[in-house]
Design a protein around this ligand. Structure first.
Ligand code: NI
Length: 190
């Protein structure tokens, strides 16, 4: 079922989501919530979606990047369901990259992200997950995990002057950003 994605200003986006009881992951309630997140994200052409964005305060988020028209230059990420995820930064380095969010319609802004992270959590079968993500993809994971702590990318912007509408982004910044993405992919492999 396609759910309503709440927009910036909605208090649901500011809630710190609660951990999912691992014994409940296989329940119909959690499994259909995950199915709804996937359907809603794909319908909106998102690169990810957190449960808080459909006003469900549970620590579940999903990420998928495959030929995304909203982000045509992003490296692909296969569908990943993360339950109770934790992130560990593996480098002091930061990349400063444009992000957008389905809960902040029509906008992009630049955010500092760690380009090499360890993610641990559970998958939708309740199995432990542990993997390293790098480059632009690492930023995508950090964006979704932030939602579970009630944070929106605009909170992470050190310089609000980079905030731009999509049309202005396309006209003024997209070409340079594509070149930056290519150099990040060369440096980090994703
Ligand atoms: Ni978002």
């Amino acid at each position: 079922m396609i759910r309503t994605i709440v927009q910036i200003g909605n208090p649901a986006l500011r809630q710190v989501a609660k951990p999912v009881d691992v014994n409940q992951i296989q329940s119909d309630e959690i499994q259909s919530l995950i199915d709804d997140l996937i359907e809603t994200m794909r319908h909106a052409n998102g690169a990810g979606l957190a449960a808080t964005q459909i006003a469900v305060p549970l620590r579940i988020c999903i990420i998928e990047v495959s030929k995304n028209p909203r982000y045509p230059y992003k490296p692909e990420i296969p569908l990943t369901v993360l339950i109770n995820p934790k992130v560990t930064f593996l480098t002091e380095e930061r990349i400063n990259v444009y992000e957008g969010c389905l809960s902040v319609p029509n906008m992009r802004g630049k955010v500092d992200r760690c380009p090499e992270i360890l993610i641990e959590g559970c998958d939708r079968e309740g199995q432990a997950l542990s993997f390293i993500s790098k480059g632009i993809s690492a930023g995508t994971f950090q964006h979704e995990l932030d939602h579970l702590d009630g944070l929106i990318y605009t909170d992470r912007m050190s310089d609000a002057s980079s905030l731009t509408t999509l049309d202005e982004f396309a006209d003024n910044y997209e070409e340079a950003f594509k070149r930056q993405v290519i150099s990040i992919v060369e440096a980090y492999g994703s």
